[in-house]
Design a protein around this ligand. Structure first.
Ligand SMILES: [Zn+2]
Length: 416
């Protein structure tokens, strides 16, 4: 399957379960608290109608409209909030750009700062004072098999995505700090951030399944609740309530379908892409928490920072890695921005983190060249790989990200 990424497939299945025929509709997605809609009142006049439509329909909405939940009227947008109460957010007049600018300052909807709002920085320390959270995707270690982000060819070095992302994160932190950034890792080991485990989440997982499930299905669903949903929700709490960063780097490695983890298939294709939040379906917006999260993104104008940031980072990574862009043929994304590497997609992490998120999917772990480079482990300098001198894969990944982040802030902070 093109672009197969088991973690996202499983999440999709979970979401689909919410709307299984014959099951009462659940108003929030799994493990989501009831959203607080208090922020809506402060958004009056923060968008002109044309600006709202351009962003809402161009980046966030795959279905073109969501009339049962969000109605774009002539002078306002109507939003279905808690208990089916509709709230109306008036648009600014078309000539009212100045007041739009004034209301988009950091406040109730955002703690993060745009690069253009930061103090000027020196060329040597372009990241001076930039708060960066690094999210090494997945857990790895003892959880890698459960996460289905693991495979091993015979007795060779196992490939576990969570271990690979952590090794990149540990290289990134000091390199970004050297350029002046204030960096926090969301995890430093394979220890989960969430206090929950699949056992404690079993009742919630059971309530989410349609009747007639097998014990094995319940086990897998409880595990998914733990390593995916509860874990990402715990990381989101760190991001939104403790760290409050200016940007989040979500590190992943992609994969094509590999079959059995103990006799995996290697694939010829290798590629890269990056994701910003967006591309929601009308169905997804029926869940109160998902609709609230999406609208917070729209009204905080996070895409105006996230898209150019993602494009700069992924272009620098393309120069560093030589990877071609991945092309989605599925209908669960929207093409956004100018870069062929960038798409908008509704993932749990990039939806829950209330900051500009750079979600990276370079390298197909089970492609022949990447598998070979993972077997070579980490090393300093360069080694010969398929006739080319290459850095270790973790160093190459980290160097590409550092160059991209530094380039973005050099270009976008005010000049001294
Ligand atoms: Zn991943």
């Amino acid at each position: 399957m093109r672009g197969f990424h088991p973690c996202r497939l499983s999440l999709l299945l979970t979401l689909l379960c919410l709307w299984a025929p014959g099951k009462a509709f659940t108003k929030t997605s799994p493990l989501a608290p009831e959203p607080d809609w208090g922020w809506v009142a402060g958004c009056a006049g923060s968008f002109t109608r044309s600006d709202f439509q351009r962003i809402f329909e161009g980046q966030y909405l795959r279905s073109g409209s969501a009339p049962g939940n969000i109605e774009v009227l002539e002078h306002s947008v109507r939003i279905r909030t808690a208990g089916d109460v509709w709230q109306e957010v008036p648009f600014a007049n078309d000539g009212a750009q100045a007041s739009v600018g004034a209301q988009s300052k950091p406040g109730a909807l955002r703690f993060w700062r745009r690069a253009s709002e930061m103090a000027p920085a020196s060329a040597a320390k372009p990241l001076q004072g930039v708060k960066i959270a690094i999210d090494p995707g997945h857990l790895g270690g003892e959880w890698a098999r459960m996460e289905e982000r693991f495979f091993q060819m015979g007795k060779t070095r196992p490939v576990a995505e969570g271990d690979l992302t952590l090794s990149v994160a540990k290289k990134l932190k000091p390199a970004l700090e050297k350029l002046g950034a204030d960096v926090t890792l969301l995890r430093r080991s394979d220890r989960p951030v969430t206090a929950d485990r699949s056992k404690t989440l079993r009742p919630a997982a059971e309530a989410d399944l349609s009747p007639g499930f097998s014990p094995d299905r319940l086990r897998r669903h409880s595990e998914l609740f733990f390593y995916r949903i509860s874990e990402i929700r715990a990381r989101a709490q760190l991001v939104n309530e403790r760290i409050k960063p200016d940007m989040v780097l979500c590190l992943h490695f992609n994969a094509e379908e590999w079959g059995e983890p103990d006799s995996p298939q290697l694939q010829p294709r290798n590629h890269m892409h990056a994701l910003v939040n967006g591309g929601y379906s009308e169905k997804e917006l029926e869940a109160d928490d998902i609709r609230s999260d999406m609208l917070r993104h729209v009204f905080s104008r996070v895409a105006e920072e996230a898209i150019p940031l993602c494009e700069t980072v992924v272009e620098a990574m393309a120069e560093e890695t030589g990877l071609p862009p991945f092309t989605y043929f599925s209908n669960n994304v929207l093409k956004v921005g100018q870069s062929p590497y960038l798409y908008a997609r509704n993932l749990l992490a990039n939806r829950l983190y209330h900051a500009p998120v750079v979600f990276l999917e370079p390298y197909v772990m089970n492609s022949q060249p990447v598998w070979k480079r993972v077997q070579m482990g980490d090393y300093s300098g360069q080694k010969l790989v398929d006739g080319q001198m290459r850095k270790s894969i973790a160093t190459e990944y980290a160097d590409g990200v550092v160059e991209g982040v530094a380039r973005y802030y050099r270009q976008s902070r005010p000049a001294r």
